[in-house]
Design a protein around this ligand. Structure first.
Ligand SMILES: *Cc1c(COP(=O)(O)O)cnc(C)c1O
Length: 363
């Protein structure tokens, strides 16, 4: 079947930066080739810069963002540990499931979808949890939550942040804020194909990790050898075959971001988001996420009364090669999700999506 080029403005994989795609066509390196190990080290350095951390244990895990989530929980919480999870969308829900499978006693602090996390309520939910977890940028609702107040009030607890949709889209400063563990995904604002989960863990969290986690593959203690000096273990030993092509692609995508400059990248996302929000409202459409907490990189908009959500998405795909996302969970057919991630965060893409929507909706 011949593949067609699509403009992916959904919540899933974004269109990769050209540099990240081109890197996939380079000669493949062996996973223990010194050249590859150098690329891996540089990739970890670049990840430290985008995460805003000095954590030496920072690396791309060989799996998607959900594996980053799983690695964070399975290495830090075990049977009976209390975990407070802020739930304001699909990915907060997923965290409660993962934590429960680790045997944790999960205290879920539920929020209305579309609202940001209420730090006061989350911090008051339990007097002494081992871990507090929250999603920085909820891709299911298009909402940003502030991590700083959670970090300020965490006390003895560890703070885990899901940065899958925030990294490379809005500012992430883990060390300034006091976040102990975080993970991301290659395919959202980092503008790289899906397949890797950038991951970072502080020394503070490392000291309190589970000695022998349930997972073999995601046991960070064993990944020490894989990550070499970066993980503080000295030499490298075989753990699994690193997806070398993907790491080279992430390396290139991160290089692209750092060359543009993190501030410039964030400003580009902010501007594109602002233009899209204004344009949608000018068409008489209503935004779903709470004002003041709207993500520029993922916009949720209510499907107008009487409009068939799926039919519009199909027409956008067939006539414009443009992929928009459906809503998540209970909002599957009442909300659209429009991603402006990585290279898609541009006025040209905003014009494309607004024009196509105007055409299809007859507005
Ligand atoms: C996409 C996403 C995930 C899961 O990442 P996958 O790469 O799909 O496994 C987790 N959290 C958030 C906020 C996401 O947007």
């Amino acid at each position: 079947m011949p593949l067609r080029a699509r403009t992916l403005l959904g919540p899933g994989p974004s269109n990769p930066y050209p540099e990240a795609t081109a890197a996939l066509g380079l000669p493949l390196l062996g996973h223990l080739d010194p050249l590859f190990l150098q690329v891996l080290d540089e990739t970890s350095d670049r990840l430290r810069q985008v995460f805003g951390t000095a954590n030496r244990r920072t690396l791309p895990l060989s799996a998607t963002g959900s594996a980053g989530m799983e690695a964070a929980f399975v290495n830090t919480v075990g049977p009976g540990d209390v975990v407070v999870v802020a739930v304001n969308g699909l990915f907060g829900q997923r965290m409660t499931d993962v934590a429960a499978r680790c045997g944790a006693e999960v205290v879920a602090v539920e929020h209305e979808w579309g609202e940001p996390v209420d730090a006061e309520r989350v911090l008051a939910a339990h007097p002494s949890p081992k871990l507090i977890a929250a999603v920085h940028a909820e891709t299911s609702t298009g909402v940003r939550s502030d991590l700083e107040p959670l970090a300020a009030g965490k006390g003895d607890a560890l703070l885990l942040a899901d940065c899958v949709t925030s990294l490379g889209g809005i500012p992430v400063r883990l060390d300034d804020w006091g976040v102990d563990l975080a993970y991301s995904g290659s395919q959202k604002c980092l503008g790289v194909p899906p397949g890797l989960a950038p991951f970072t863990i502080s020394d503070r969290a490392w000291e309190r990790r589970i000695e022998k986690p349930q997972s073999w593959y995601l046991d960070l203690g064993m990944l020490g050898g894989y990550a070499g000096e970066a993980a503080g273990s000295g030499g490298r030993t075989y753990h699994h075959t690193a997806p070398t092509g993907m790491v080279v692609s992430l390396h290139a995508g991160l290089g692209r971001i750092l060359e543009e400059g993190l501030d410039a990248v964030h400003a580009r996302h902010a501007e594109a988001g602002r233009l899209l929000h204004e344009g949608l409202q000018a068409m008489g459409l209503e935004l779903f996420a709470a004002e003041g907490s709207r993500l520029p990189e993922l916009t949720t908009v209510k499907v107008p009364e009487g409009v068939d959500s799926a039919a519009v998405r199909t027409e956008l795909l067939e006539r414009f090669d443009l992929e928009l996302g459906a809503g998540a969970g209970a909002y599957a057919s009442t909300v659209w999700r429009i991603g402006l991630m990585g290279p898609n965060a541009s006025p040209a893409k905003v014009a494309l999506v607004l024009g196509a929507l105007e055409d299809v909706l007859g507005r």
